[in-house]
Design a protein. Structure first.
Length: 469
């Protein structure tokens, strides 16, 4: 969204010259045959026999809630925002299990899917994939339903898996070397991940804008070593360590993002922000600002949460409204982490804000076992597997910039013996971005709550906080 005259081929100029979205749709006919078969109108895609998708994402816009006080004159809260919300976003929604076509009329798009326009969530749905073993190809379908607040923008969308090694350009989601998905089209991404660890994903179209507007999320790859209870009792591991050193009992994704209120307001009000004026007004952890980071997760659908935290949906396909917190309907993922004393807890950090973060866990040492989806182990001479010298280290603070990730494990300390849990604070030490709540702390901040042994039942999916007995 630059005003620079050298950028004459930006999306808005192109759409004006080409007759809006008609040129994009017609242009598909000029693409190679294989690409035409992949980038299909939704009716053709539904009629094409293929294996079912493991995930079905919808790209659209929507609204979330950030602290209304202190306000930012003109820009926050946005006067266009519906009741309970403050801030306009672009984003994704997980519609896995819902057919894209209307069961009553297969020539038409499913009304439940169309109805999710203007109902995006942030952060994007958390998902995970097993390491490729030769027979477990992962399929993700992306459908672009358009923007309700800005129908004048016929922006394409994509899913770019940031950090994926040796990705096939066809499935990279980076539009200069690949392509993006126009409004009304669906595309299937094929992934065969061979490197366990924590990654992130985002839309790579107009990426400065789309990333900041909220089309970002965390993804991780589970190692093939998972299930080996001889190495660690839970059979859960961050990496193929060979000795159980990355084994854990519970895991929590901690996804960092940011909001510059003026840019979000500008997109909702048909304006162009000056991105060189960028400033951080809100820092978010799993799409929320402290103390909302401590609120419970929205309930999930166990049947469709085999690869993602799939928030329960209402009959009309919309996300369920959290009890007592309707403002968090489109921010379903908590950042609260609960555990029993003595358990090993894996924290998966990823940063897709534009600023560096310094996440500190006060009172507990974290052991860094992975960085940017690479285990902290040396490579044995003559080989490629990282099972050599242990280069992991302990720290209280992790400093990382945009596009970086960490895997860190801590062992929950003994319980103090008092009533209730022992509470440890996990927070961003960049204090200029940690005071979003008037009169107190805010931003990227949450709690680690440690209970006596046996108090909390085992975790069944990432970020779950089972009910305390």
């Amino acid at each position: 969204m630059s005003n620079n005259k050298l950028s004459n081929h930006g999306r808005r100029r192109f759409l004006k010259l080409a007759g809006s979205g008609l040129a994009i749709t017609g242009g598909v006919g000029l693409l190679p045959g294989q690409l035409r078969r992949q980038l299909l109108p939704i009716s053709d895609a539904a009629a094409t026999p293929s294996d079912p998708a493991d995930l079905f994402f919808v790209g659209t816009d929507g609204w979330i809630s950030l602290p209304a006080s202190p306000g930012i004159p003109t820009f926050h809260p946005d006067t266009y925002a519906p009741t309970n919300f403050t801030t306009y976003i672009f984003g994704f929604r997980n519609m896995t299990g819902i057919p894209p076509m209307d069961p009553a009329d297969p020539t038409k798009m499913n009304p439940l899917v169309i109805g999710q326009k203007n109902k995006a969530q942030h952060s994007a749905p958390l998902f995970w994939v097993d390491e490729f073993t030769g027979a477990n190809t992962f399929r993700l379908d992306l459908l672009n339903v358009g923007l309700a607040q800005r129908p004048d923008l016929t922006d394409s969308h994509s899913v770019h898996w940031h950090g994926f090694r040796n990705v096939i350009p066809f499935f990279d989601g980076e539009p200069t070397g690949s392509f993006a998905v126009p409004v009304g089209r669906v595309f299937r991404y094929i992934f065969k991940p061979r490197d366990p660890g924590t990654y992130m994903f985002h839309c790579h179209v107009e990426d400065t804008e789309h990333v900041h507007m909220g089309m970002t999320g965390l993804v991780f790859v589970r190692p093939r070593q998972n299930g080996n209870t001889a190495l660690y009792p839970s059979g859960k591991f961050a990496y193929n360590d060979g000795d159980g050193s990355t084994g854990f009992d519970r895991e929590f994704a901690m996804f960092l993002s940011e909001v510059w209120a003026e840019s979000h307001w500008a997109d909702a009000h048909i304006q162009l922000p000056e991105w060189s004026d960028y400033k951080v007004d809100f820092t978010l952890l799993n799409g929320r600002v402290y103390p909302d980071t401590l609120e419970p997760n929205s309930p999930y659908n166990a049947a469709t949460s085999t690869h993602a935290y799939d928030t329960q949906r209402q009959a009309d396909g919309d996300l369920v409204v959290p009890t007592g917190r309707p403002d968090l309907q489109y921010q379903p993922l908590s950042a609260l982490a609960t555990c029993n004393a003595g358990e090993r807890v894996l924290l998966r950090f990823a940063n897709l804000g534009f600023k560096e973060a310094s996440m500190t866990l006060a009172g507990i040492k974290m052991k860094v076992v992975g960085k940017d989806a690479t285990p902290m182990r040396g490579v044995i001479a003559g080989g490629t597997a990282r099972t050599g010298v242990d280069t992991s280290y302990e720290t209280n603070t992790l400093s990382f910039g945009a596009g970086e990730s960490f895997d860190a494990i801590f062992t929950a300390p003994p319980h103090s013996g008092g009533s209730g849990p022992d509470v440890y604070i996990l927070y961003n030490r960049a204090y200029d971005r940690s005071d979003n709540q008037s009169g107190g702390a805010g931003g990227q901040r949450t709690e680690i709550r440690v209970y006596p042994p046996g108090t909390i039942s085992p975790q069944t999916i990432p970020n779950e906080n089972p009910t305390v007995a």
